[in-house]
Write a protein that binds this ligand. Structure first.
Ligand SMILES: [Zn+2]
Length: 683
C-alpha cells in the first residue's frame, strides 16, 4: 500500500452529522481523522500530531479551549495550524482563540467551501500562526479585500519605506479606509462605528486618561449595562492595548473599529486644550500624614487629577465637582451651565485624589470636618496659566471638592458677539460712552453678568483712564486694570474696598455686586460725582433692579439721578450648528408655553441632537439674552415720583425695550437656541 501524500487533517466535533459532512467534504483533499472530542482525543493528538486541525469549540466532553491550550503547550503540536469553528460569533471568543495561536476562526453558520479555503490558507506557510498576535495582512487576505500578491507587494513596500500596513494600503489607493474597517470588522467579529455620527459618552471617555487615549489610539465610547466598555480602536488587532484598558478599568472590553481619520477628528475635539499642572512649590513645615502624601503623590493619582482638570478645561467647563458617593467617586463638570458626568473612579482612589487636590491648593489635608478653600495654578499646553479655586465641603461620604475654573477662554471680541441685538447694543453703547453715571447688570448667579462687564471694561479701557474693580472673586485678570478682591474675613468688604478706591482718583469703577445700602450709596455717589460706575444685582429684570435699590433704602431721587442704564441678562446654551434639527411647533403648543400670540401658523423651531463636535450635548457655547433699559428724563421723573415697578416696566415697553423673554423668543425662532433652553432659563 502506498502511503498517502495527502496531508493529515484532524476534525474534532461532537456533532456526528457535522462531523460526517465535514469528513466527506475534506476527504477529497486530505487524509481525514475525526474525533468527537473526549479526553481521549487529547491523547490521540499528542500521539500522532496532524498536519492541520479543524476544531468545533462547542464541545460537550471537553473544552474546545483546552484543546487549543494543549496545542499551544505541546512542542510537537505547536506548529500545527488550527482552524476554529464556533457558534459564539463574538469578539471575546475570537480573541481568546487567537491568543491560543489559531490560524483562523470561522463563525457558524458557515459555507463548507469557505472553511475549505481557510484551511488551505492556514496550511500555507505564510499564514502560520505567530503566537497570540493577530496579523492584519492575513485577515485582509482572508476577508478577500486584497489578494495574497497584493499583500506581499504591500509588505515589501512596508519593509522598504516603513509605515503601517493598513495605512500604506489606504495610501496606495488599494483599499479605502472604510473597506479596510469593514473587512477587519467582519474578520474579527466586531462592529464598525462611525465616530462622525456616534458621540462618545463623556462618562466612558473619562475612564481613560487622555494621554493613554492618544498614545494607544483607543477611545471608550459607551458603557454597557453590564459595565463592559465599548472601545473605539483604529487597530483592533492591538491586543496589548485591549489588555491595558481591561487592566486599568477592570472592565470587559468590547472593541469596535473606527477609521483613522474619524478617530483623529474625534481626538482633536477631545484634546483641543491639553493642559498640564504647573509644578507646585513644596509647602515646608506642613504636618500631614505620610501615607496620604505618598498616596497623593502616587503617579497614578497625579495622572488622574491632571487628566480630570485637563479634560474639564478642554471641554470648556466652568466647574469640576468631585463627589464621593456611597460606592463610587463621581466626577462631574459644568459645561455651558449644565452638569455632565465626566468620570467615575473606584472609592479606593478617593483619599489620594482628595489629598492631591488639597496639597495643590495649599489646604490642610488633615482637616476633613471643616470647609476649606484654596487656589491652584494650572498650565495649559499653550503655556497659558489657568487659575483654579478649590473648595472642600464635608459630606456624608467624605469631602466634596468643587473646582471653579476661572475664565481662560478669550473674551468675546465685541459686545454684539455677546448676543446683544442692534437696538440693545445702541442703547448700551450710548450709556458706556458717557464719562459718568451708573450702569447696573441684573440677573441670577451664572447669567453672564461678569462676562458682559469684563467685555465692556476691555472695550472702554485706555491709557487716559484709571479703572478699578472690587470683586468677589476676581474671575478674570484684566491687563491695565486695578483689581481688588474682597476679603470679608479681614474686614475688606465691598463697601470697605469701595471707600478706599474712590479716594484713589478713579475714572471708572466696577463694583462686583451691590448687596447692601452702604455699597449702593457709595456707588451712587461716585456715579453722580463724575465717575462711570458698573455693578450687578440679583434681580429678574431691569425695572425690578431699579426698585431693589429703592427698597434697600437708597432715596428714589438718588437712584433716578445716578443710574443711566439698567440691563437684565440671562445666559443660555447656543444650539450646536452641526447637529441641530428643525421641528415644527403647533400654535397650540406655543400658547401653552405662555408665549402669547404665535408669530405664524407653522412655527419653525430647532432642537438639540448631539454630535462629536458638541460632546453629544446638542449645544455649543453660550448666548446672552438682554433687556437693555436706558433711563431717560421721563423715566427719571417717574422713579423720583415713586412710580411702581409695573409702571416702569410699561414705560420701558413703550420705548421698545425688549424683555428678556422677547429677546429669547427671537433667538428661538432664528435657531440660535432651543425653546427648551429658553424655558430652562426664564421659568
Ligand atoms: Zn452637535
Amino acid at each position: 500500500m502506498v502511503k498517502s501524500s495527502k496531508k493529515r487533517l484532524v476534525i474534532i466535533d461532537d456533532d456526528a452529522n457535522l462531523r460526517d459532512e465535514l469528513s466527506a467534504f475534506f476527504a477529497a483533499s486530505y487524509q481525514v481523522a475525526t474525533y468527537p472530542g473526549t479526553p481521549a482525543t487529547l491523547k490521540a493528538l499528542r500521539d500522532a500530531p496532524p498536519d492541520a486541525l479543524l476544531i468545533d469549540l462547542d464541545l460537550q466532553g471537553i473544552k474546545g479551549f483546552d484543546v487549543l491550550r494543549l496545542m499551544q503547550s505541546t512542542p510537537e503540536l505547536r506548529p500545527t495550524p488550527v482552524v476554529v469553528l464556533s457558534a459564539s460569533n463574538d469578539f471575546e471568543t475570537f480573541e481568546q482563540a487567537h491568543r491560543l495561536g489559531i490560524a483562523d476562526f470561522v463563525a457558524k453558520p458557515f459555507r463548507v467551501e469557505t472553511l475549505g479555503e481557510k484551511l488551505a490558507l492556514a496550511l500555507d506557510k505564510r499564514h502560520r500562526r505567530v503566537s497570540g498576535r493577530l496579523k492584519l495582512g492575513a485577515l485582509l487576505v482572508q476577508s478577500g479585500l486584497v489578494s495574497q500578491a497584493q499583500l506581499d507587494e504591500a509588505l515589501e513596500h512596508q519593509q522598504r519605506e516603513g509605515g503601517r500596513l493598513g495605512e500604506n494600503l489606504v495610501k496606495s489607493g488599494r483599499v479605502s479606509e472604510e473597506d479596510l474597517s469593514a473587512a477587519l470588522a467582519g474578520q474579527m467579529h466586531i462592529k464598525v462605528v462611525d465616530l462622525r455620527v456616534t458621540t462618545p459618552v463623556a462618562a466612558a471617555v473619562g475612564l481613560l486618561p487622555r494621554d493613554f487615549i492618544v498614545r494607544h489610539r483607543v477611545l471608550p465610547i459607551r458603557i454597557h449595562d453590564d459595565g463592559a466598555i465599548e472601545l473605539a480602536m483604529t487597530n483592533p488587532l492591538d491586543i496589548v492595548a485591549i489588555d491595558e484598558v481591561r487592566l486599568r478599568t477592570k472592565r470587559r472590553v468590547i472593541p469596535v473599529i473606527v477609521t483613522e481619520s474619524a478617530f483623529d477628528e474625534a481626538i482633536t475635539i477631545f484634546t483641543s486644550k491639553r493642559g498640564k499642572l504647573r509644578e507646585l512649590d513644596d509647602e515646608s513645615g506642613q504636618v500631614v500624614r505620610a501615607e496620604e502624601i505618598a498616596s497623593a503623590q502616587d503617579a497614578s493619582t497625579i495622572e488622574i487629577v491632571d487628566s480630570v482638570i485637563s479634560d474639564a478645561v478642554g471641554m470648556k467647563a466652568s466647574d469640576i465637582h468631585i463627589e464621593p458617593r456611597e460606592d463610587v467617586l463621581q466626577i462631574r463638570c459644568r459645561i455651558d451651565g449644565v452638569l455632565h458626568d465626566l468620570r467615575e473612579y473606584p472609592l479606593e482612589l478617593q483619599p489620594g485624589v482628595l489629598s492631591r487636590l488639597k496639597i495643590m491648593g495649599s489646604m490642610d489635608i488633615a482637616e476633613r470636618r471643616l470647609p476649606q478653600d484654596g487656589r491652584i495654578s494650572f498650565m495649559t499646553a499653550d503655556d497659558e496659566p489657568v487659575d483654579l479655586r478649590v473648595a472642600s465641603i464635608p459630606s456624608l461620604y467624605g469631602e466634596n471638592i468643587t473646582i471653579r475654573i476661572l475664565e481662560v477662554s478669550p473674551l468675546p471680541p465685541t459686545l454684539s458677539s455677546l448676543g446683544l441685538s442692534p437696538e440693545s447694543l445702541e442703547r448700551y453703547e450710548g450709556a458706556i460712552k458717557r464719562p459718568d453715571g451708573g450702569i447696573v447688570i441684573c440677573g441670577p448667579t451664572g447669567c453672564g453678568k461678569s462676562t458682559t462687564l469684563y467685555t465692556t471694561l476691555e472695550l472702554i479701557k485706555s491709557k487716559e483712564r484709571k479703572i478699578y474693580t472690587v470683586e468677589d472673586p476676581i474671575e478674570r485678570k484684566l491687563a491695565g486694570i486695578v483689581q481688588t478682591e474682597t476679603r470679608p474675613i479681614i474686614g475688606l468688604t465691598f463697601a470697605q474696598a469701595l471707600r478706599a478706591l474712590v479716594r484713589a482718583d478713579p475714572d471708572v469703577i466696577m463694583v462686583g455686586e451691590i448687596r447692601d445700602l452702604e455699597t449702593a450709596k457709595m456707588a451712587a455717589d461716585a456715579a453722580i460725582t463724575g465717575h462711570l460706575v458698573f455693578t450687578t444685582m440679583h434681580t429678574q429684570d431691569a425695572s425690578s433692579g431699579v426698585y431693589r435699590l429703592i427698597e434697600m433704602g437708597l432715596p428714589a431721587y438718588l437712584v433716578a439721578a445716578a443710574f443711566r442704564c439698567v440691563v437684565a441678562q440671562r445666559l443660555l446654551r447656543r444650539l450646536c450648528r452641526h447637529c441641530r434639527k428643525q421641528e415644527t411647533m403647533t400654535e397650540a403648543k406655543w400658547r401653552e408655553l405662555g408665549w402669547g400670540d404665535p408669530p405664524a401658523k407653522k412655527i419653525n423651531v430647532w432642537t438639540p441632537v448631539g454630535c462629536p463636535k458638541c460632546f453629544g450635548t446638542g449645544y455649543y457655547g453660550r448666548l446672552g439674552l438682554y433687556e437693555v433699559m436706558t433711563i431717560d428724563d421721563d423715566m427719571r421723573n417717574m422713579i423720583s415720583a415713586a412710580a411702581n415697578v409695573n409702571e416702569l416696566r410699561l414705560a420701558a415697553r413703550a420705548r421698545n425695550v425688549e424683555s428678556i423673554r422677547d429677546d429669547g423668543l427671537r433667538k428661538v425662532l432664528d435657531g440660535s437656541t432651543s425653546y427648551l433652553e429658553l424655558l430652562r432659563v426664564t421659568t
